[in-house]
Design a protein around this ligand. Structure first.
Ligand code: CA
Length: 240
């Protein structure tokens, strides 16, 4: 099935999985889909390889020997916004929600269907490496500036200084969605449909992402920019 050899432009997926059988199946499917992969078999190796290889995406099992996947996710998030898809067992709802609050971009549940995992990886990579076909100017709404090409956002203080916001992919998409139509009130259902991976379709997950986004705006000196509209959802405070 290998059509062409992988090049340096081929996205690199760091697979963190302590069960060799599962790891090998994933590696085979990733390769078949034209992606490069490297394997880490425990949490410590995962953090080391992440820092060394700078992968385009991390597929991260929660239950690992040594440092668990949640701590690996924290280490990755301390380091930036590399997309992370968590892998969890069926009964680990609490872990999944915790992972999402910590900034995972998606999760898959074991036992999984490898082609579906590859499809999820492709979807997250598409969102994070959007083709630079047309490069719109950064969007400026009130004190917020959003660059959808660079996936970066900043707020401008009274003194005109920009403070970069360290947002997860989901928080970024939520902010960009609200800012695209600042007067519009978005229902949670709309935000879920447009900003969250399919698997996150829980209203309380939206609330959790938005409360983290608010906290980050607050830390950057901007309080009250996102308004809760009772019974409907959220909107960015309108500016004239
Ligand atoms: Ca495991």
């Amino acid at each position: 099935m290998n059509s062409s050899p992988p090049s340096a432009n081929t996205p690199l997926v760091l697979v963190v999985e302590d069960e060799p059988g599962i790891a090998n199946i994933l590696a085979a499917y990733l390769e078949r889909d034209g992606l490069r992969s490297r394997l880490a078999q425990d949490g410590l190796e995962a953090v080391q390889l992440f820092r060394q290889l700078r992968p385009d995406l991390v597929l991260l099992d929660i239950h690992l020997p040594g440092i668990d996947g949640i701590d690996v996710l924290r280490a990755i998030r301390d380091d930036g916004q590399t997309p992370v898809i968590m892998v969890t067992a069926l009964a680990d709802d609490v872990d999944k929600l915790l992972a999402l609050r910590l900034g995972a971009d998606d999760y898959v549940v074991k036992p999984f269907n490898p082609p579906e995992v590859v499809a999820r990886i492709r979807a997250v990579l598409r969102r994070t490496h959007a083709a630079p076909s047309s490069a719109p100017a950064p969007l400026r709404v009130g004190p917020i500036e959003i660059d959808t090409e660079a996936h970066s956002a900043a707020v401008y203080g009274e003194d005109g200084r920009a403070i970069a916001l360290a947002l997860t992919l989901t928080e970024f998409r939520l902010l960009a969605c609200l800012a695209a139509q600042p007067r519009r009130c978005f229902s949670r259902a709309h935000l879920i449909e447009h900003c969250l991976p399919e698997s996150e379709a829980l209203e309380r997950v939206i609330d959790s992402h938005l409360s983290k986004l608010r906290r980050k705006l607050q830390l950057a000196g901007q309080d009250g920019l996102i308004e809760t509209v009772r019974g409907i959802g959220y909107r960015l405070w309108p500016w004239d």
